[in-house]
Design a protein around this ligand. Structure first.
Ligand code: DX5
Ligand code: ZN
Length: 215
């Protein structure tokens, strides 16, 4: 079954607790951590994520768009995040980091920017619980879905199915009731959506996304 993970990047940061409760019918809450170095935008760090963890009724799917995740990612797992995803382009030793995250008890995720080749990571799939295919350039909400990333997603789907592993394949960026169908057709099972969820009534938008991929 498809997982729908609303991104609180599109929430109202001064009414975050209210907005977290508005998405309680979702599967996980997607939490975008940005450091103004790996991406040209800044959100928040561990102190804020710890408070989100305290008040959210659904588990946290933390997406780290930061330099040096080898140093910082384990701290998010220690806060109790259900999954912690770091960028392949930023990690010095992705396999060692994934093993540390799993040892702490989090699902380990690796994210690939639109221009990043998936080939070197296919043989590393047993080390990860999820792979995040960025369908926009990371850094900002509200951008348009990039269909040119779909061949990469399809290669991952074939590799995961061929291996028999249970690795979730996630897309993030520009996901709407239309583009979610494209992503699902190409093998995604986990969908991050920010502006399309918070643009209207979140519970209705979440339901609309579920229905778009239900049949
Ligand atoms: C972008 C973030 C996304 C963002 C998606 O760098 O990783 O999670 O919130 O926003 P939308 O759904 O508006 O493209
Ligand atoms: Zn994200």
């Amino acid at each position: 079954m498809a997982r729908i993970n609303p991104s609180i990047l599109a929430a109202d940061f001064v009414n975050l607790e209210r907005d977290l409760h508005r998405i309680s019918t979702a599967d996980l809450v997607h939490v975008d951590v940005m450091d103004n170095h790996f991406v040209p935008n800044l959100t928040f760090g561990p102190q804020m994520v710890g408070r989100i963890q305290d008040v959210s009724t659904i588990p946290l799917d933390v997406h780290l768009m930061i330099d040096d995740p080898d140093r910082w990612a384990p701290g998010y797992a220690e806060l109790g995040a259900y999954s912690v995803t770091f960028h392949a382009e930023a990690a010095a030793d992705p396999v060692a980091l994934a093993r540390r995250l799993r040892a702490i008890g989090a699902r380990a995720g690796i994210a690939l920017k639109p221009g990043t080749d998936v080939t070197p990571y296919l043989e590393l799939l047993p080390e990860f619980d999820q792979v995040l295919v960025m369908t926009v350039e990371p850094g900002f909400g509200g951008q348009s879905f990039m269909p040119e990333t779909m061949p990469k997603l399809r290669r991952l789907r074939e590799a995961v199915d061929g291996s028999g592993l249970d690795v979730w394949l996630q897309v993030d960026g520009g996901v709407t009731t239309e583009t979610i169908v494209t992503a699902a057709d190409n093998g995604a099972d986990t969908f991050v959506a920010g502006s399309s969820v918070f643009r209207g009534e979140p519970a209705e938008q979440i339901q609309a996304l579920r229905e778009a991929v239900a049949g």
